[in-house]
Write a protein that binds this ligand. Structure first.
Ligand SMILES: Cc1cc2nc3c(=O)[nH]c(=O)nc-3n(C[C@H](O)[C@H](O)[C@H](O)COP(=O)(O)O)c2cc1C
Length: 441
């Protein structure tokens, strides 16, 4: 795929090709979100509300894209998010990002609902992947998974906290593609119309969450439904902060909490001992109607960004989106659907191609901004778009004090020390308050 002139050159093109290659129920399972899909749309559109402000003639050269998360070096501020059950998309499934991301010097988080078991991943991956799990009331289940993750050398555990129950995904309901997928006439026709996909799936069926098998080898086809039910049964509305604290005490290595939108929750996660938080609404697949994750980011960065890593997940479709998130306090971003579109298009090579496209876009954006390094991106490079006539350039007023709170972004973007800010001029901006964002460490 890399070097192929016919290869898609942006994420939207990967999506379009994935749509053609996958049967409708499978594409909708990946692409869809909860209820009216408001949050899914918001995630993407809110990012585009942030204008980029290039600095001219900076002689910045080829930018350094590297970042660190949990103290681990990454070649770029982009990580593959955990997505479960994507063995239905392509047999490479969740293994694909775990192989492709390290090739590019970055990381992938593998879902506990992966169609590859931890042991299979341990054998097949060039480096142990990061691993995601859901907190459970029954600590034996999470304890067992953590032990197995330790055994294969997982360096970072990601605990997802926004799934007390599965979201209502209405495209899946329309397609009869739920916990008990039904072979309706329409589904059968859609599968038959995609013979290449069907042939791959029949040759190497991967449609269940292997980590939840009792017997870790030799799962029979008739166990599949049982395993699916067991894995979704782990999404429990009774889990609480004590369960998370128990995970923290038990997990010996780095810990990230995924699915936080509120600064008070972020604070609590860090107080419990997490190394960072992933600001996320699960790509709009859980509670529909939450704000875009990028809108929640500044307040979370403000609350915990000085002492912990803050990451952004949801709606990233361009390298410039990553740069926007860095400007608002993220150390790195995660992509979910984009790498799964790549998986549909070309298996592991397709995932690698998506990562390369985004890496090139991040690099180009930094060069065009006149910014020498990803770690140097700050609020001075962005402003919130209000309207054509009121967008303020940095020369007219410090760019960083554009009143984003009135636009739905929850904090002023000013990250300069208070004593460098002209207080008189700041009065009346951003609701009269000067709120300094925590800078990335
Ligand atoms: C098909 C699919 C399966 C997912 N499965 C999981 C999962 O098992 N665990 C999890 O924490 N998040 C899961 N997610 C959410 C992603 O980790 C991520 O939060 C989301 O996709 C980010 O939004 P984006 O797709 O706009 O990048 C899944 C997302 C998709 C699209």
């Amino acid at each position: 795929m890399p070097g192929n002139l016919n290869a898609p050159y942006n994420v939207e093109r990967f999506r379009a090709r994935a749509r053609r290659r996958l049967p409708r129920p499978i594409f909708d399972f990946v692409d869809g979100a909860a209820e009216d899909e408001l949050t899914r749309g918001e995630n993407e559109s809110a990012l585009r509300e942030l204008y980029l402000w290039p600095r001219a003639l900076m002689a910045a050269g080829k930018p350094d894209l590297s970042s660190t998360v949990c103290g681990l070096p990454l070649s770029m501020p982009l990580i593959c998010a955990p997505t479960g059950y994507v063995g239905v998309v392509h047999p490479d499934g969740e293994l694909a990002p775990a192989v492709a991301a390290p090739r590019l010097g970055t990381a992938a988080v593998v879902s506990s609902a992966a169609t590859y078991s931890l042991e299979e991943l341990g054998e097949a991956c060039p480096a142990p992947p990061w691993f995601q799990l859901y907190p459970t009331v029954d600590h034996r289940v999470t304890g067992d998974l953590m032990e197995r993750a330790v055994a294969i050398g997982v360096p970072v555990l990601v605990v997802t906290v926004d799934v007390p129950t599965p979201g209502k995904r209405e495209r899946d309901l329309a397609n009869h593609w739920t916990i008990q997928p039904q072979l309706t006439a329409r589904n059968a026709a859609s599968f038959a119309a995609h013979p290449a996909w069907a042939a791959r799936l029949v040759a190497r069926p991967r449609i269940f969450a292997k980590n939840y098998a009792d017997e870790r080898v030799g799962v029979r086809p008739r166990d599949v439904l049982k395993l699916l039910r067991r894995s979704t049964g782990l999404m429990q509305p009774t889990v609480d902060w004590d369960d998370l604290a128990w995970i923290r005490r038990t997990w010996p290595d780095k810990l990230l909490i995924k699915g936080v939108l509120r600064p008070d929750d972020a604070r609590r996660a860090i107080d419990i001992g997490a190394d960072g938080v992933i600001v996320s609404n699960h790509g709009g697949r859980q509670l529909d109607g939450t704000p875009a994750s990028i809108r929640a980011l500044p307040a979370v960065a403000d609350a915990v960004g000085q002492e912990a890593d803050v990451l952004l997940d949801g709606g990233i479709r361009r390298g410039s989106d990553v740069v926007r998130a860095l400007a608002l306090g993220a150390k790195a971003c995660l992509i979910g659907r984009p790498w799964v579109y790549g998986l549909a298009v070309g298996g592991t090579a397709g995932v690698q191609a998506v990562l390369e496209v985004l890496r090139d876009e991040i690099e180009r954006t930094l060069i065009l901004l006149g910014c020498p390094a990803a770690r140097d991106v700050d609020a001075g490079y962005v402003s919130a778009a209000r309207s054509f006539t009121t967008a303020q350039a940095p020369i007219a007023a410090p760019l960083s004090r554009v009143g984003v709170s009135r636009l739905g972004f929850t904090r002023s973007l000013d990250r300069r020390p208070r004593d460098q800010v002209d207080d008189a001029r700041l009065g009346g901006v951003a609701g009269g308050g000067h709120l300094r964002l925590g800078s990335r460490r």
